[in-house]
Design a binder for this molecule. Sequence first.
Ligand code: PLP
Length: 427
Amino acid sequence: MTTHTTALPGQPFFSSRGGELFVEELRLADLAREHGTPLFVYSKAAMLAALGAYQRGFAGRRARICYAMKANPSLAILQVFAQAGCGFDIVSGGELERVLAAGGRAADIIFSGVGKTRAEMRRALELGIGCFNVESEAELEVLSEVAVASGTTAPVSIRVNPDVDPKTHPYISTGLKGNKFGVAHGRALAAYRRAAALPGLKVVGIDCHIGSQITDAAPYLDAMERILDLVESVEAAGIALPHIDFGGGLGIDYQGVQPPAADALWRKLFDKLDARGFGDRQFLIEPGRSLVGNAGVCLTEVLYLKPGEQKNFCIVDVAMNDLPRPAMYQAWHAVVPVAAGGGPASTYDLVGPVCESGDWIARDRELAVRPGDLLAVMSAGAYCMSMASNYNSRGRAAEVLVEGDRAAVIRGRESIADQLRLERLLP
Ligand code: PLP
């Protein structure tokens, strides 16, 4: 008898075979049994396939893909991208040290973020970081001071806020006038003049990032137009901009809305760049979610079914501390039984054990489950584990990376001893 295999929408490296969910060649139920739940499971092939779409888009161009590691900073994931030739986009000294621990090179790192401290700047300079994406005029002054005091010069790119609406959730829009990020488009030329005059800085490029989970090419094309206008005026003022960093933000398919593929998007962007004579520039990009989001799922066990007057609750062992996107952004994740079977079908809100009404994972889902059944929360590779906390003194989940028919634990489950390690009772 042949087993029917169906790839899951948006996540082709996860499939249903005869009613059982697989990641690459492994049964998810076996992984849950062996490693417990909640458990994040990632497919290496899915990450490399996502990266491949960008690599195709940049074939024949001068480009570096800098993985925005805030999406998922686990060391083994950084190692996969470092070995595949990626650089990294970081936003803290902690992220910098993680890249080094994973085998990445400081020269391949770009340092973004609105609140870099002097200590973080010093350490990045000492290591020979590739570029600082400076987010304010005040930061230019401080960075120059720190570089001069360290006897070095800081390579800088100014993050420009192009005031383009990425048409995504307000919490993940970053390139609008009201956002805290970047230097306003209208101030950018003055900021570049100042940067070029400061003794500790060397201007090496221009940067923008307009938001996250962008599902349409139009805001990118608008932002590119605005950035190229600025490149022309900054260079007309005698300040060369050797690279253009176009940020990240490309969305993934969570719920049937398909963003453009990375190679298709970049074909359109290069049409514009070529038409305006910028096609042979050095490009940097900072994708995060689109490289890892659909490479991961989170496995959870059903603890209790709780029928209610207005709602039925399916209480699971994953909570907002493990997978905060629904609580933070009302985000939607597909939820799929790991194996067929279960109880009678009903409509449930899937909620965790945390003491908050905001602790929900999915709402109004038709599920046929019983206590003890396993569910997979899909598209959980990005901004889930990276935003996990110990709220309610819950230990953070374990993570497993799968390659073909092999699974490696890349992060053990956090124990109570891990949680208490830095705390002290009063004498
Ligand atoms: N670059 C910067 C400066 C960011 O702030 C972010 C995320 O918000 C990213 C890159 C990555 O975005 P995404 O994960 O949507 O690709």
